[in-house]
Design a protein around this ligand. Structure first.
Ligand SMILES: NC(=O)c1ccc[n+]([C@@H]2O[C@H](COP(=O)([O-])OP(=O)(O)OC[C@H]3O[C@@H](n4cnc5c(N)ncnc54)[C@H](O)[C@@H]3O)[C@@H](O)[C@H]2O)c1
Length: 320
């Protein structure tokens, strides 16, 4: 059974999904009014302001943490030490040292430590992974993410932490590698110390490279990931309703008679069908499956840790 902590903007979506999956038993928030609202919405559930009280229930196997980012590490650590499996919203910690500590506790006790990287459950991202792993694109050369818009202007979290976590989790998932180099440049134009525009460069041991453009000072509304392979290229555009993924049969090639000169080739462009499953439901189902002993819980935790380590390195670079 599952308990959800944090009933602000995002937590109620997690609570709804676990309720629909028949697994929700506890709700926790520090705010009295929110507790009253959710006690009415979910009669029969335990609703508390005490995280400790929720952890004390031996029936609670898994805890979902949807509280503000700076609280993630401490709450996740407390839950793991109480012997609970943990699904913690992104990013699960703010420092590499913190996530490494959480990872060690989870591994030592054989507990699930799953980050809430929603995009990894998006059927379009799964399709990109499927195309890459099946060798459809040929050798992958580079990936870049565009996450730009005018607003919402954040004043506490910079564009790297607010927007970059999503693309970074996808890039690392698609490539399955930890970057050898992670560099970020940005500027705080609107709020001192909070970068509104960030450009990131990642280089991987295999030689692949990646880039992220993160900004809330931009005329374009973009949520796009482009993967360039030697044989084909593919774009995931989350602003599109029907053409989420487009595969371009485009690439470079050398004609024997052209004395080694590079030519380009443009073939068909096709749009694979993408399932319309709700990513958050798939994420919640995965957590329950991992608790039940299905899937590779160590890999899920390690993948989450990799994202925090890369974020930490990008942050150090940004501040340098
Ligand atoms: N995956 C996604 O797409 C996605 C989208 C939005 C938000 N999020 C993440 O969800 C998390 C919450 O974001 P939000 O916008 O809902 O924040 P929010 O501030 O609206 O809500 C957080 C809630 O946590 C409660 N809280 C704080 N400390 C607590 C504690 N110790 N015990 C119990 N409750 C506590 C607060 O009272 C508040 O109601 C963040 O980590 C954010 O990054 C993820």
């Amino acid at each position: 059974m599952i308990g959800v902590a944090g009933l602000g903007h995002w937590g109620p979506n997690l609570a709804r999904n676990f309720a629909e999956l028949g697994s929700l038993t506890w709700l926790c928030d520090l705010d009295d009014e929110l507790r009253a609202t959710f006690a009415k919405r979910y009669p029969g559930l335990q609703v508390t302001g005490s995280f400790d009280a929720m952890l004390a229930d031996p029936e609670v196997q898994g805890v979902v943490i949807a509280t503000p980012v700076p609280t993630h590490y401490a709450l996740a650590k407390q839950a793991l030490e109480a012997g609970k499996h943990v699904l913690v919203e992104k990013p699960p910690a703010m420092r590499a040292t913190e996530i490494d500590e959480l990872l060690a506790i989870a591994n030592e006790r054989d507990l699930v430590l799953m980050p809430g990287h929603l995009l990894l459950y998006h059927p379009a991202v799964r399709k990109l992974k499927e195309l890459i792993d099946a060798g459809e694109l040929g050798e992958v050369l580079c990936i870049y993410g565009n996450r730009q818009n005018l607003g919402i202007v954040r004043t506490h979290e910079n564009a790297l932490w607010s927007l970059g976590v999503h693309d970074l989790s996808v890039i690392l998932y698609l490539l399955g590698e930890e970057p050898a180099e992670a560099v970020a440049y940005g500027r705080d134009f609107l709020t001192e110390g909070v970068e509104d525009v960030v450009f990131c460069y990642l280089r991987f041991p295999s030689g692949k490279i990646a880039h992220m453009h993160l900004s809330w000072l931009d005329p374009h509304k973009m949520r796009k990931i482009t993967v360039v392979g030697r044989e084909k290229m593919v774009v995931f555009d989350d602003m599109e309703l029907e053409r989420k993924v487009t595969v371009y049969e485009k690439g470079p090639w050398k004609r024997a008679e052209s004395y080694g000169e590079w030519q380009t080739r443009s073939g068909d462009i096709y749009i694979p069908k993408i399932a319309t499953d709700e990513p958050l439901k798939l994420e919640c189902q995965e957590f329950l499956q991992l608790i039940a002993g299905n899937g590779d819980r160590r890999k899920v935790a390690e993948d989450g840790a990799r994202v925090v380590r890369a974020l930490d390195r990008l942050t150090v670079s940004l501040n340098a």
